[in-house]
Design a protein around this ligand. Structure first.
Ligand code: SAH
Length: 219
């Protein structure tokens, strides 16, 4: 690793604080979430060429037509997932760079994360190892059908947008469990929180968002 690379890590303390201030201004209140954003080295989740922009509040490309989510969205989704109550096991659909996974993992007992693009998943796995985060189980699969082998989950977070709420995912939630996901086509998407009830689910629309689509199959 080059000295310049370490340099980015050193100077990032200030830029990270600026990011935290911005997230507070944008309405993120959960101190556990803000602390995780402060502690998680986002520059290690993007290509070295983009590392200097890692603490800007923007999505960035991660290859294969995918993006690492904007820090505000990661914070907002994590906060919305944790709000209804404490979580033991959580399913994440769409590992991507692994940044959302790394932010969330220390706040719950275990995260099961699934990604359909193998090269992205392999990179994310290496990052989890390098950061010594041990409570993440990774799976190369189509997460649109959930991950039945470890179900039911207390929480599900989906970081790519289906056109509607996937019932297969709702069915893998414990009663009272919570799912946070973007829903809809690209320019009309909303972030939705779903709470599983005994006879179905309740949903709450949180805000407008823009995510890559949830696709089927693996590659
Ligand atoms: N949380 C990630 C976001 C990555 S973008 C991050 O911050 O880096 C969304 C990811 O969802 C992409 O990597 C995409 O390949 C993945 N994805 C899309 N459809 C999927 C599916 N059906 N199953 C698993 N992953 C999927």
């Amino acid at each position: 690793m080059s000295a310049e690379y370490f340099g980015i890590g050193m100077t990032s303390a200030r830029t990270r604080e600026r990011l935290i201030r911005r997230l507070r201004d944008e309405g993120i209140r959960d101190l556990r979430v803000l602390e995780r954003i402060r502690e998680t080295p986002r520059h290690l989740f993007v290509d070295e060429a983009l590392a200097s922009r890692a603490y800007e509040d923007t999505a960035l490309p991660i290859g294969n037509g995918q993006t690492i989510s904007q820090p505000y969205i990661v914070a907002r989704m994590t906060e919305a997932l944790l709000e209804p109550g404490s979580l033991e096991n959580v399913l994440e659909v769409g590992t991507g760079s692994g940044y959302q996974t790394a932010v969330l993992a220390p706040l719950v007992r275990r995260v099961y994360t699934t990604e359909r693009i193998k090269v992205l998943l392999d990179q994310a796995r290496r990052r989890f190892q390098a950061l010594n985060i041990r409570n993440i189980v990774t799976k190369h699969s189509d997460g649109g059908v959930g991950l039945p082998e470890y179900a039911p989950y207390d929480g599900i977070i989906v970081t790519a947008a289906p056109e509607g709420i996937p019932l297969a995912l709702v069915e893998q939630l414990n009663p009272g469990g919570c799912m946070v996901l973007p829903v809809g086509l690209r320019d009309q998407q909303v972030l939705v929180r779903v709470i599983r009830t005994d006879d179905g689910y309740e949903r709450e629309i949180l805000e407008r968002v823009s995510f890559v689509p949830l696709l089927g199959g693996v590659c």
